[in-house]
Design a binder for this molecule. Sequence first.
Ligand code: PGA
Length: 237
Amino acid sequence: MQKIVVANWKMNSDINLVKQYENNFNGYSNLIVAPPHVYLNQFKLLSTAAQNIHAIESGAFTGEISIHHIKDAGAQFCILGHSERRTYNNETNALVKEKANLCLKHQITPIICIGETLNEYKSQQTLDVLKTQITECLPEQGKFYVAYEPIWAIGTNLTPTLEEIQAFHAFIKTHTSATTPILYGGSVNAENAQNILSINNVDGVLVGGASLKIDAMQSILESIAIKHFTIAPPLLK
Ligand code: PGA
């Protein structure tokens, strides 16, 4: 399977980056861009992910975005359970699972984030935390991705060792279907992407800060031995 790169812009950047992505990366069929919701339908060539949806299909929820809206806007994927949503919006494992099932019902592939805090990591509770999150967040069946994102590695320039990433991914793989892709996220950049992506059970990376820089993204995409087609439409579309 081709390794995947998910670019999570979070609440950053603007329409110019949309244009730069479309112009520079249109041949990378393994790239999924997660821009702020308002830019989803500006992408004509690249595959997109929403960064979140509401758990309910429609109703009086001023300011929220539904599964139907992201579908209308062309998204094929949706990031769920990102640690920033868990922290700032009090999202629970149960809510993440509810949203994941809603995505599956509407043929959107959820990318479900799990990962431990620094204290949990230091006290060697990572596997216990992952086990709980796997049990409580992941749908029983269906096609979804898992992103292992140690919270202490997000936006900090710190990462687990390659051996740790391999071991934690192996653990997640033993608790998920053999066909579920497991991505790594947390301070992936142009310098470390190649090593992280060379780990056999890392099926791709979820990139935050570095995804805002075209040069860094170019290196990350090039660090996977994939072909760059300049004209062909992405396979994921
Ligand atoms: P980062 O973010 O690459 O800036 O650490 C990753 C993420 O939050 O998904």
